[in-house]
Write a protein that binds this ligand. Sequence first.
Ligand code: SF4
Length: 373
Amino acid sequence: MAGTFKSVFDASLITAEFQNAQINAHFIPLIWRYVLQNPNCQWEDIPSLPASAYPLLRSKFKPSTSTLHSVIHSTDQVTTKLLIKLQNGAFVEAVIMRYDTRLGKYNGKARPGGPRSTLCISSQVGCKMGCKFCATGSMGFKNNLSTGEILEQLVHASHLSTIRNVVFMGMGEPLNNYSALVEAIRVMTASPFQLSPRKITVSTVGIIHAIKKLQHDIPNLNLAVSLHAPVQDIRCQIMPAARAFPLDRLMDALAEYQKKCQQKIFIEYIMLDGVNDEEQHAHKLGKLLETFQVVVNLIPFNPIGDLSHFRTSQEDKVTRFQKILREVYNIRTTVRKQMGQDISGACGQLVVDLPNKRFNSGDLVTDIEDLKM
Ligand code: SF4
């Protein structure tokens, strides 16, 4: 039965099976490399494995347990949405965002580098956090992805583009699928993927105990926190899960995290008209963050069709909000460029079809690497 096979990228499972069969674990990254380069391979195709590895692989593992169901490019070709069908029949989405550094400017000069891609990965089917502005949240929670299912998104995407950055900002709350997340990141940062932890960003609503653990388990990762409001009552209104994570305790955990890792924390802030986008909110947010090393990313809200009770903030309000944070509190603040809205691949849009709407603003950020100082 198809359901009994595991992904070869389920790292702890294949390691345990190899150990039991007394096969040297150093063959595992070699197998991964071969699968990465030859996505449709059969196990027999892989040369130079110990003879006992072939029947073991055949009986328990598949090179890929998921299939790339469809690939949709945005009209400007900048964003590509991958719809991936899992073994259990569920679908998840991953989104590739392409960016050519040479087209941008940094400190008034052309940026060095060239084309690069960021992959936005899903960690769960659906999500139980129920954020009111999020399409995924409206689906409810279906299941956690396995380590292999998380990594297979990177494998599928790698055939379409060279992935330089990974952001866990797709479907799901990654810290609610902690062990698979950590294992997947450990694989991503080793052979054959070799991504630097500094090129990987985990985005969370603020699961306090898991933030503390993450810093210990994978140092040097980028942490993004979906704050979305500067006070607890607005947070609870728009993110019901925040009730379990009081803002003062979350800020204490972030202070401790930053003290240990000495890295900037990314603060995600979705701009909702009349809810959290007034000047008083900007001042409260500035005060909350002024002792931190952070980059605030203001996210113009993507309306989610009939599900939405919220409206997009006016452009001048977003600009004023940004100006207060920058000029009064000296906080680096960017406005996220909306990429891929015509394919529903922008933040909080996964799974639901959306109206085609564009947001125009100056000083837009198109790539996570642009947030580095
Ligand atoms: S914004 Fe993130 S945490 Fe909130 S419901 Fe959506 S996927 Fe879950």
